[in-house]
Design a binder for this molecule. Structure first.
Ligand SMILES: Nc1ncnc2c1ncn2[C@@H]1O[C@H](COP(=O)(O)OP(=O)(O)OP(=O)(O)O)[C@@H](O)[C@H]1O
Ligand SMILES: [Mg+2]
Length: 335
């Protein structure tokens, strides 16, 4: 059996705003990522993708707060660890996060090599500058990045090069899990491809052992990740193999999402695109029943009142809906 790199059980986190209001942005999320595998996370804006990414680091500071659940990375439980220990022995080595729009956050007046020194020295303060430079140059070469970038400033780099550099900096300590949050969405198509190729080169080269890829662009996920999870209002509503989740979704929301985008497969281009009517619930007061019930054309009275458990149906597939999978498929067939 493949080794499990990331094991997340019933993870819940929230924001507490300046006005002391709770925002329940991640609710009972469970999943595993095996060694060498990638999980894509899709869902509309505000559903909690970035909050989940942040929460997975196990490093909580206001306004983000841990509520419950566990995160285990390669056998090591990181939930419950002191923040200082997380910073020293988890961030960068166990798990690394490339935040949304990370490339724009690089201080433009600092040389790239200085960022790498910062990352390495936060973990191993004894490494000499020469050794850091040699390590960085070697890694850049493997990743087909010109080594002279190390002596440049962020302002001197193109968007695509900046993003690839950010990825190289973030993964310099060879983390077991890499979370890339919309790593290619601000780039042109050619740069997007290079960024995605680079992430997979990191995986093939053994510099990262597993990956989570967050994006709005579902067709992109289908082409690059092994599994896909669909997130709605802070919860995973479905997860499974990429192809099955895109072409044979179980949950009514996943189905709606797939029908609202163009999936570049022969025969599906002419399909009429349907928007899902309504808007997601307010995460300050999530509904007590199914969070999607208000927008779901298959909802009945029970959906509005009783909490819905996530049902695993085998092969890593699962969904969060009161309806039986077979029943849903039957109804979809008649739609
Ligand atoms: N610092 C914060 N304080 C309070 N609420 C927040 C904060 N950041 C995000 N939220 C709320 O948490 C919820 C989840 O936001 P999040 O940024 O995780 O969504 P997302 O899926 O990453 O969206 P996008 O696709 O636009 O990046 C939203 O309701 C958002 O308004
Ligand atoms: Mg986000």
């Amino acid at each position: 059996m493949a080794k499990i790199m990331l094991d997340v059980k019933e993870l819940s986190t929230k924001y507490i705003t300046r006005f002391r209001e709770d925002v329940y942005a991640v609710d009972r999320v469970s999943f595993q990522v095996e060694e060498g595998k990638s999980l894509g996370i899709a869902g509309e804006s505000g559903c909690g993708k970035s909050t989940l990414a942040l929460s997975l680091m196990g490093y909580y500071f206001a306004p983000l707060h841990y509520i419950s659940g566990s995160i285990i990375i390669d056998g090591k439980t990181i939930t419950g660890m002191a923040p200082d220990d997380v910073r020293k022995s988890v961030l960068g080595t166990e798990i690394a996060y490339i935040p949304q729009a990370a490339m724009n956050a690089l201080n433009p007046t600092q040389k790239i090599i200085r960022f790498i020194e910062d990352v390495i020295q936060a973990h191993d303060s004894n490494m000499s500058r020469k050794d850091i430079y040699d390590l960085a140059r070697e890694r850049f070469e493997i990743l087909n990045l010109p080594a002279d970038v190390l002596n440049k400033h962020a302002v001197e780099l193109s968007g695509g090069m900046k993003q690839r550099t950010v990825i190289a900096i973030s993964t310099i300590l060879s983390p077991k899990v890499l979370i890339a949050d919309e790593p290619s969405s601000a780039l042109d198509v050619t740069s997007q491809k290079m960024v995605i190729k680079m992430i997979f080169d990191l995986m093939r080269g053994g510099f990262i052992k597993s990956m989570i890829f967050i994006t709005h662009e579902l067709p992109l996920l289908y082409n690059v990740t092994d599994d896909i999870a669909v997130m709605y209002a802070g919860q995973f509503v479905e997860k499974g193999g990429a192809e099955q989740t895109v072409f044979d979704p179980i949950h009514p929301y996943s189905r709606g999402l797939m029908r609202s985008i163009i999936v570049p497969e022969a025969g599906t281009r002419e399909q009429k695109l349907e928007a899902i009517p309504g808007t997601p619930p307010n995460l300050k007061k999530p509904p007590s029943g199914c969070r999607f019930a208000e927008r779901c054309k298959y909802a009945y009275a029970q959906c509005y009142v009783s909490d819905v458990a996530f049902t695993n149906v085998g092969d890593g597939r699962g969904y969060r809906c009161v309806h039986q999978m077979d029943r849903l498929k039957e109804v979809y067939g008649r739609d």
